[in-house]
Design a protein around this ligand. Structure first.
Ligand SMILES: [Zn+2]
Length: 405
């Protein structure tokens, strides 16, 4: 006997084929069974839900966000529209340093109150798992504060939050890059690790940020602690960071507009996920898209995320990212769907728990108001009236709204 059964549903199988007349059975918080609908199944469950052939997907996964920060940079958007470049704004004290300043000044509760509506906006889009990075502190006190806020967001909403230490997001004014990496390796990361605030370690490897030697040092330290690793790589130029991170066992390399063939081959060899971030590409008006055709050729798994951050991707809409990935990068609907479900789960090291509708997986799924999976990517700026089932239970979006007032 099952607790609950959702039947007459449309599901997408691993190959991307849409299957109609399927059913999902749930016991407690886990999926107990998935298969073709038969009339006799209805008697096997205490509660049943007729889905009328509407699409069910796993709860969506936003696998790359900078969700926790103070203030915003709308003023810089105005400056950019007046013709100033990203670099000119940074030199004028804007850019990431202004967010670091505001985030250092904000209390833990203020950060939580500012991040929570952003998380709620994501949940309203059907996202049930979110990765949250630190990286606007650039000192022990604020980096740990951001990670504690990420942990509190999980308790406040009941969603799954993965915490990524991105102390190496930028070089602080107080130190040079080498001394700062030493400080992160010897002081900040071990403290964050001891306090169980870190699931993975990330670094911004770029000609304007951290070089290959610094990247190797920090990621090697993370691996020695038994932590997963990730890398912001090849967003603005190719320095070979994705190849290095893949060789060290990275779960994912993210951005990748300028990745070389050599690094692509290393990512393929180590089964590292390519996380594509069309929001930043669009907002920065970039013109070199990531090499999707080559990624397909090498069999590299692609994930998609919002990169939610105040500087280069101020969005909470994973749905819009799916549309952009199709229109700007040329992904198919199937690729975009897999990019926010099973491949995003893999980018977070959660392949065995979430991102697929399979027996034994967490019963986090979304019942959409449409019968064609293509609608997931087709509309943009559209907020579908959907049902979230989290841990096998219907999740009330209204309860989140009242929770933040
Ligand atoms: Zn990022």
């Amino acid at each position: 006997m099952w607790d609950k059964l959702w039947y007459n549903a449309s599901l997408v199988d691993e190959s991307g084929t849409q299957l109609t007349n399927h059913a999902i059975a749930v016991n407690d918080s886990k999926i107990a069974w998935v298969g073709p609908m038969e009339e006799k199944l209805i008697g096997n469950a205490r509660k049943t839900h007729d889905c009328h052939q509407r699409v069910i997907t796993p709860g969506l996964i936003d696998c790359h966000t900078h969700l926790v920060y103070a203030g915003n940079r709308a003023n810089e958007f105005t400056m950019r529209l007046q013709g100033l470049t990203y670099a000119e704004i940074a030199q004028a004290g804007g850019g990431i340093k202004s967010t670091v300043k505001m985030t250092r000044l904000a209390s833990e509760d203020e950060l939580l109150q500012q991040a929570l509506p952003r998380l709620c906006a994501m949940i309203k889009q059907g996202v049930t798992t979110v990765e949250v990075k630190s990286g606007y502190g650039l000192n022990a006190c604020t980096e740990l504060k951001m990670l504690r806020v990420a942990k509190k967001l999980e308790n406040a909403t009941g969603m799954r939050i993965k915490k990524t230490f991105l102390g190496a997001h930028a070089i602080p004014d107080e130190m040079d890059a080498d001394s700062y990496i030493d400080y992160l390796c010897d002081d900040v990361l071990p403290h964050a690790y001891e306090q169980e605030l870190v699931d993975a370690v990330d670094i911004f490897s770029e000609s304007i940020a951290f070089n290959l030697a610094q990247t190797e040092k920090l990621l090697t330290k993370a691996v020695a602690l038994g932590l997963a690793i990730k890398c912001h790589a090849e967003q603005l130029s190719d320095i070979g960071a994705s190849g290095l991170a893949a060789s060290l066992g990275a779960l994912s390399c993210d951005h990748l507009e300028y990745i070389s063939d050599e690094s692509l081959q290393k990512m393929a060899m180590h089964d590292t996920v390519a996380v594509l971030l069309p929001g930043a590409y669009y907002f920065l008006k970039e013109t070199t898209p990531p090499p999707i055709t080559k990624m397909r050729k090498y069999g590299i798994k692609m994930a998609l995320a919002t990169d939610c951050n105040p500087g280069s991707s101020p969005t909470t809409s994973l749905s819009l990212m799916m549309n952009m990935a199709c229109t700007l990068f040329g992904l198919t609907v199937t690729e975009a769907y897999q990019a926010v479900t099973l491949n995003a789960a893999k980018a977070l090291g959660l392949s065995k728990d979430i991102g697929q509708l399979k027996a034994g997986f967490h019963a986090d799924f979304i019942l959409w108001p449409f019968t064609d999976i293509a609608e997931l990517c087709y509309g943009f700026g559209v907020d579908y009236d959907k049902q979230l089932i989290v841990g096998g239970t219907l999740f009330s979006l209204d309860s989140i709204d009242s929770g933040i007032k």
